[in-house]
Design a protein around this ligand. Sequence first.
Ligand SMILES: [Zn+2]
Length: 246
Amino acid sequence: MGEQRSGRGHGGGVRAGRERGRWGHSAGRSTYIPRSSSTALSGYTRPLARLIDQFERLPGIGPRTAQRLALHLLRQPEEQIRSFADALLAARSQVGQCQRCFHLSADPLCEICRNPERSNGQICVVADSRDLLAMERTREYHGSYHVLGGLISPMDGIGPELLQIQPLVRRVAGNPDATAAPPVHEVILALTPSVEGDTTSLYLARLLRPFTEVSRIAYGLPMGSELEYADEVTLARAFEGRRPVE
Ligand SMILES: [Zn+2]
């Protein structure tokens, strides 16, 4: 309670600015001054303050949660801490993007693209992998995905060329001499209801309509809300209520 959640920037990647903690000096000793307070925090040994500071850099983690997590970790056996650190480094070095849908993947093709039970005839287009995971939580959808990597936002200098739009068009238009891939019969746009989401949906609909049916999910969600934070039922209903883009 009372903790500040970092917002998601339009198109992703933009971090909410919160003042960082810093080291100060008083009476010849270094003292940790947390970002959340203008006064020096007493009672923290330096390595602990450093750990708390690392947690506070994470989105959605305020000073009190950061302290709770740091103190919890200190009580764990060293083996557990080592495997936690290994998991962080392994995820950072091994997780890349699926070559087909651009979802996070440690392999050339992600788990969903490799699953023979998922239909390639339907492609659900999302802004980022967090939205894909939100759609997966509904368990309503059994087709494939395409992760754009953001939304068109001229205000932020994000044009279509910075997003994975050409690979999507290639997936939908298909390779004329390839018979292996079944045709895509529907593209479902699952983009946040916002100016950027609307702009991107209209842009994609114009590009893709010559090749396939294009629909956009209906929203029982207020304008400007985030797909990622929607509850499963609302998201599932919105998905059922999708309709063709006019
Ligand atoms: Zn994939």
